[in-house]
Design a protein around this ligand. Structure first.
Ligand SMILES: [Zn+2]
Length: 287
């Protein structure tokens, strides 16, 4: 009887599972993480993952949540708590965390409205904790909250390189611990790539950049300086940002997940690696 009941419910159960994970995302993520080993951290850092968009709502937000959760479970490199509420950003609630991740959180200035809320977030980082931001996390700040842009390193100023295209990238710092998953100094990948305002190369260390010359699209930068992943400091804290993460597939691409993991670990001080600025590399002009 029980078996028959289960059998009759099975199609419904499978349908519900498919709805919860429409494109087998978790399976793709788990496959991407299959070679990832366990990290033996002496003290496992606790990280608050904030995933509320207050501007453009990326469809890849749930994919990012799944990937970060699976990454934490597989590697034991960090523990996660997930939030979509700005109410979680009080000093009392943040006390237990070592770092914060902003997962495609567009226009955070519309969520962090009061000076108090803004101070809580920025002081958390300033006082020596970690921050890692992905894709839409930089679509925020200017002009309403310039200090946020200062913290993250740049503010979205359009995306000349659309999500459907495949773009050429340069690994500017191949020796950096955060770049060890890139097997060559250039690579091509499909994702939506930003140009920035409020960005100053001397304030941060660019790890990956877009090669606009080879992309055939000039963008706004006079020097064709289009950073994609970087590290920087903010007060005593460490900030890692990567522009990747618009396309869902970025969250199940092994070399990017390894880059993200290293960036997250670096932000909470579990990995070392230089953060001083690097000069703009010479680019081959093709156009
Ligand atoms: Zn996007």
């Amino acid at each position: 009887m029980i078996i028959r009941l289960f059998a009759s419910l099975l199609p419904f159960l499978l349908f519900s599972l498919a709805l919860a994970d429409p494109d087998d995302e978790l399976q793709k993520i788990e496959t991407a993480l299959s070679e990832f080993g366990v990290v033996n951290a002496p003290k496992v850092p606790k990280i608050l993952v904030y995933s509320k968009s207050s501007g453009f709502a990326h469809k890849s937000i749930p994919t990012g949540v799944k990937a970060l959760r699976a990454m934490a479970e597989k590697t034991k490199a960090f523990e996660t708590e997930f939030s979509s509420s700005v109410e979680d950003f009080t000093s009392a609630k943040l006390r237990k965390f070592d770092g914060i991740i902003f997962n495609n959180t567009t226009r955070v200035e519309k969520a962090f409205i009061t000076n108090e809320q803004r101070k809580e977030l920025l002081n958390f980082i300033r006082q020596g904790k970690g921050f890692a931001g992905f894709h839409g996390a930089s679509d925020a700040g200017m002009p309403k909250w310039p200090e946020y842009t200062k913290m993250i390193g740049g503010c979205f100023d359009g995306h000349p390189w659309n999500a459907g295209g495949t773009w050429p990238f340069t690994v500017e710092d191949p020796a950096h611990p955060l770049c060890q998953s890139f097997s060559s100094s250039t690579f091509s990948f499909s994702d939506e790539i930003y140009q920035y305002k409020g960005y100053n190369r001397s304030d941060l260390r660019v790890l990956i950049s877009l090669d606009s010359n080879r992309s055939g699209i000039a963008g706004k930068s006079q020097t064709r300086d289009y950073p994609v992943s970087w590290v920087k400091t903010f007060g005593k804290g460490r900030v890692f940002y990567s522009n990747f993460g618009h396309n869902k597939a970025s969250w199940w691409t092994p070399f990017l997940l390894e880059h993200f993991l290293a960036g997250i670990r670096w932000s909470v001080g579990e990995l070392d690696g230089p953060m001083e600025s690097l000069p703009l590399p010479a680019q081959v002009k093709t156009k």
